[in-house]
Design a protein around this ligand. Sequence first.
Ligand SMILES: [Zn+2]
Length: 380
Amino acid sequence: MKKLIDYTWDDRNNLILRYTYTFMPKGILTRLIVETHPWIEQQKLVWKNGVVLNKDQTRAEIIENYNQREIKIRVAGNRTKELMAVITHELEKIHNSYERLQYQTLVPCNCETCKNLPTPYSYSLEKLNKRLNAGRYQIECENSYEMVDVRRLIDNVMLQDIRADGELKPQVTQLQSELEQQREESLKQHLKDSNQKEVFISYTWRDQQSKPLVEKIEQAFQAKGIKIIRDTNAIGYKGRFKEFMQRLSRSTCVILVISDQYLKSPNCMFELVQIAKNEEFGDRIFPIVLPDAQIYEATDRLKYVEYWENKVQELDAALKKVSAANLDGFREDIDLYAEIRQYLPRLANILKDMNTLTPDIHSQSDFEELLNAIAQRLDE
Ligand SMILES: [Zn+2]
């Protein structure tokens, strides 16, 4: 079978076990991979129908051949039996979750002839156990007709405890509890990561005042362990739209650094309009208004409306000179500018009514008030 991922395998002294299924449900291997994922080699050696686990210098290769309805396990290294025991234990749990799943566990023969064969004769584990219970300690290999020790066949692949009634049962090992512990930890970490809240910052790098301010904010927040997502507005708004919206939907808070340039930037205003379209706009935004952003006087606010109206007209005029085939990109720009123009009076109104501190006061207090307000919002 073709391997999708390249790796080396030492096939000396391997423990080998095969499972064959009468009917093979889809997803057995996937579930096994989920259960054993803390041990995936370099967290990389995993593909659609196989995985290589590595634990304490012991490796296990598990391959699913769906068409042949089988799962094949090879284990090599120092603690082969223990690792095999963990894998079979995990598989057992998965098997038990299916109703009436019919399968066979196949143990390879260890006679002199079979030892060197790529496909040795194999015995059903169930039948070996039955035989042992009936006091038959040997079985004939169908390849070599040699008599083989039943207990050694079983013992080769399984860690066993002999119960009082003489029956064999697989041992739950130290390694097993280690896996369970690691699994729990990785789940906790995963939950923590997905719950981690982000603070988004919207600003324009074109502005000389904004950038150093943003850097200071970033440092102050980092010191408190709050991650700030900032964006250099390097890619056009169209390219960033999806990514931005995805991020934003996760972010509870958005710091806005509003400058004159910000109010004139298509990228920034695009972001602001998107945020405004979301619910709880007022609760989510934390504006810092730079002195050159003139939003406090009605006549000044009108200048920005005028600015965007002119933009629409300019573009509209330019459009008339362009052939119809090239109109697509321009159309989007016009739509955006028109949307900005439409939202701007309302946005500027909200911003001016918000009780914002000046950038100086923010800086002097090391953004204490901003931090407190955002920390409170993140805790909700
Ligand atoms: Zn044999």
